[in-house]
Design a protein around this ligand. Sequence first.
Ligand code: BES
Ligand code: ZN
Length: 866
Amino acid sequence: MSEGTKKPFERLPTKVVPVHYTLHLTPDLKQFAFNGTVDIDVQVKEATNTVVMNCIEIEISKAEFRTSGDQSVVKGDVSLDEGTETLTLTFPNPLPVGDGSLHIIYKGTLNDNMKGFYRSKYTTPSGEERYAAVTQFEAPDARRAFPCWDEPAHKTTFDVTIVAPKDRVVLSNMDVVKEEMSGELKTVTFGRTPKMSSYLLAFIVGEYDYIEGLDEDGVRIRVYTPVGKKEQGKFALEVAQKTLPFYKKYFQIAYPLPKIDLIAIADFAAGAMENWGLVTYRERILLVDPVNTSQATKQYVALVVGHELAHQWFGNLVTMEWWTHLWLNEGFASWIEYLCVDHCLPDYQIWTQFVNSDYKSALRLDAMANSHPIEVEVGSPDEVEEIFDAISYCKGASIIRMLHDWIGDKDFRTGMHEYLTKLSYKNASTEDLWTSLGVASGKPVDKVMTTWTKKMGYPVLNVSAKQEGSSRHITISQTKFCADGCDEPYKDYLWMVPVTIATKNTKSAASILLETKTSTVTIDNIDPNDWVKVNPGSVGFYRVNYQSDMLTGLLQAVSDGSLDTRDRIQLIDDVLALAQAGVGSTVKVLELLSAYANEKEFTVWETLVGSLGTLNRLLSNTDYHDKFKKFAENIFTNIVKELGWEPRPNEGPLIPMMRSMLLSAYGHYGNRNTISQAKSKFDNHVCDKETCHVDLRSTVFSLAMKHGNEGTFDQLCKLHSKSASQEESVRLYRAMGYGQTSPLVTKCLDYAMSDKVRAQDCCTLFASAANSSKTGRVVSWQYVRDNWQKCKERFTGSFMLQRLVSSVCSDFASEERAKEVEEFFTANPVASVERTVKQSCEAIRLHAQWLGRDKEAIKEWLNSKS
Ligand code: BES
Ligand code: ZN
């Protein structure tokens, strides 16, 4: 894609740097505009005529510099550059070295793009539509609310004052220190923040209720909800009350602010944002209604609370020096959120779920030629936006988990404490973390971890074994794992891999640090019939390719239940990935899947459902798709019978999740009885005869739509118009995508683009339509192309367009489609989706190759079974 004549990105000059901002804002919630005044205390480090800072979509009416010594005031000439998002103030004479201050008066728009200072629509309990003013400053969007040095390394203090209608709730990072009434307005002044980066500042004006509690250390926690829904904040409050003390003990550092608020925002681009002391969330990721919230949502709320509160230390107190180190923030928080939920809610088996979510998605994306290293050079806001991806989050979390396991919890904690103490209120790079953890553990953390963060990808360990008397010699060799099986270009890639080996009787029979291409490990006193598994617990970030007799032993271990849950998960995922890459065969995967038919664990079923889904999408491009569906359906028969439709008392949190997932799968693969049950539950729900249990609603709605017609779609719309929560709305959106004909899919997409759906949720309908059938895929892609301009206008929030492109394009399986996608985006280039387009085209080509390679063999195998 053409870069045109764009100037290379440069960070702001540092001749003049900020030390403190005094910000005064008056938002107008009717005209969607705001007036602002900012006074910035600065240090002039080198005499200069110009001051450069970030600023975009702001109109400046006055800019002056005042010298702190003689208090002389000079007016600056204003020049704004939209391309670089900067404001340059030029003064007639060089500003003298020393302290001074800038005084800027300006105007801005309360935009509806969910970034900067923006407006969010809500309906009052009496049905009136109103707007709140809220902020989202990460990645660099504080510059849309006030001119500032909008780079994480410029840490300063902030004094915020907001003028708002007197009946509104006004919030910011700190507590209110002064409130003055004047007619219909009030002027609210907040306490001074600690030294912090601009992307963590936040302020909100709106109407909310809250519930409040203290944690055991006396920190005041409030959960702000839409008016009338404060009871729905209770679950998040309880999680936060356990989480803050947990982190305090883990890091041995107290939460440094006097309060923390968690608030549900009606329009929100990301899932949640860790603003210091004022964490913002999507409504459906914070609110829990005892009757109408599903178990899956509740679990997610806990994880996200754990994630954002972790950032209060890791990210807010100590912040990455530049966005290249973003993964430090996000990878770490994505790891420790599991540690925290494991502590607060031990029955969720959350670490096993980690393997299914973060670990597996990272392995998938990072095998692609268009992946990228965890640490990546970034400059412009578009590039920054691009790295909020599964590499920063999921691979980041996975390699921290591997490191934690390798050095052990005690040394890990010591190192974390050291790092966070030494760098409090300062900035850090990846190396700083490795240094602290290296000192604490006495291990070569830096040397090992650099191999995981500085280059993309990860290894596959090729493993073979030879028994000699009572000893087993295990030979391991590493190569880069490539999604297309071609590791040729990466011959010299070498990782330092902490490897553990388990046997049938010993969890950790051997541990080594593999530093070379090949190594042999000997295990003594082992029965020739005992199985051996590399990477027990799936903590190492690599795949394993077993010599075939070793795999046979492990298959046995799956069937007899001697293999641990996480190992059962990884085994199938590795075998599937190897088949996709053309290293193994897909028929082996099908055989392996059959071996899991007696499985009982939710987490393992989640993997099986995922793997079957991958195969299903691929084989929807064949003439024997129905045969595959029958095969898949049969796998679920026993377990579905056991679970039934009715929730049982005290069945534990994972069972309802398993029930809805498996009934969905069973129904979607075509089980008649399940479909008719779902339809009748849907009819009863729609006519208010019997409300469908919340954990089954997704299953029931989507199966009803899949086997329904226009009337069904209209019923979903009617339910939507009555929906009492965003969570319920999203369940309905997902179901709307299941229409199986072209007019039904189009109807769903038109609905998505209408004002009945918030921009934040629009992608959910597209993704559902594109993933639910072959027709859905084709129609959605055509729709996106026909309405590209409108899509670009609607998908303006952070990474929304990326999500749209990857969910609509990636599942095709032919070279023609890959070309079509490529050509379309060459003709319609958008910088922020460049990498996503490349990854999607790569995925399409991988599907095409896979299908070409294994189509016939799969057909034969399926025929032989029926
Ligand atoms: N810092 C991010 C929010 C963010 C993401 C801002 C992207 C700007 C761009 C926050 O901590 C986060 O990671 N939120 C996640 C939820 C989390 C539990 C994975 C999100 O928004 O999806
Ligand atoms: Zn985060």
